[in-house]
Design a protein around this ligand. Sequence first.
Ligand code: 17E
Length: 422
Amino acid sequence: MSDKTYELILRNSRLLQPTQQTEIVDIAIDDSKIVAISKDIPAFAYQELDLQGKLVSPPFVESHIHLDSALTAGEPRWNQSGTLFEGIEIWGDRKQELTLEDVKKRAIDTLKLQARQGVLFVRTHIDVSEPKLTALQALLEVKEIVKDWMALQIVAFPQDGIYSKDENLSLLEKALQLGVDGVGGIPHYEFTREDGVKSVHKIFELAEKYDCFIDIHCDEIDDDQSRFLEVVAADAIRTGLTSQVTASHTTVFGYYNNAYAFKLMSLLERSKINFIANPLINITLQGRTDTYPKRRGVTRVKELWERGLNVSFGHNCVQDPWYSLGTGSMLDVAYMGVHICQMTGMAEIDACYQMVTWNGAKTLGVEDGYGIKVGNPGNLIVLDADSCFNAVRKRATVKYVFCQGKLLAETIPKTIKFTSFT
Ligand code: 17E
């Protein structure tokens, strides 16, 4: 027995590897870092937990959410058509009423909801087509408030388009000067195809000027003439920004004819950009003008993954004008991804888990220090499951969330007792 006393040892941890294999080990944490991983660590700790073979995983990564609009569903009215466009209209009204306190409270409540379910990394899009930039100011404050327990990235997102109003471009640039992490856009919502293309070029120009990453809402529409992904990929190749670029949604890629999709796929492979699919929301937003057959509203996740491109899943919305549901659980997201993307093979279900963990970390550019390795920060979660397959299947309770080696949240899994007829 060593005479070293650690702060914390997690005994009998079923450690999930990036390969999705597991092994039973002890994990020691000291001074906020993982300091030892091995079978039967011969040392004491001030706190020891016997995890009895429960799954220990790196934290979940939420790669795409809108925290400024979270928890506003029904305000000032419900989305009756269920479309993206009605959602944008409703949000257009709601955002006239924003105050710093209103946005901060809803954002922090949502982040807490996520954190207690194991999310410790979040990328949020914040609408900057609002003249006072209230939401952005609020989120910059929130980022500082939560920094000890949540790594938050902010994308300046021109929800109404960059060229649809004279002031939108200068608002976007002002947001970048205030110190956001990334720049976004919405080319499919610009007035014309030409404006959409111009907006993509402008986003790349701004990213280079302000040295930030790019995450564009791209082709989130059912119109199969919407082809901005090729513009994003081409600009990523030409500028060399590659993995600093993310195309979010790209739902219409699921509907392109195969000849075009085949050509596009090679371009995407060269570009090395990241992809984010939001299965919970796009299964409900898309296909609203279809009769039958009704399209699925999701990009070619399986094919992108098979080609080795980085795909992650986002929750996108928690109770907002686009989606009145939402729990903040990334296991709900992975579960929906399995279904809509038809990724039901064992390796495919594992891949869907990967899309809310390691792949998300890659999208966010936080892979360094992510994962359960000696020397990394003590960020890990303990799930009431014995494999990531079972974590997804039963959307397992996240029993413990450790952040920087400290217990951030604990949830007691529910127990069910049958009383008769068993
Ligand atoms: N805004 C947008 O353009 N697309 C979305 N899916 C949401 C907001 C939630």
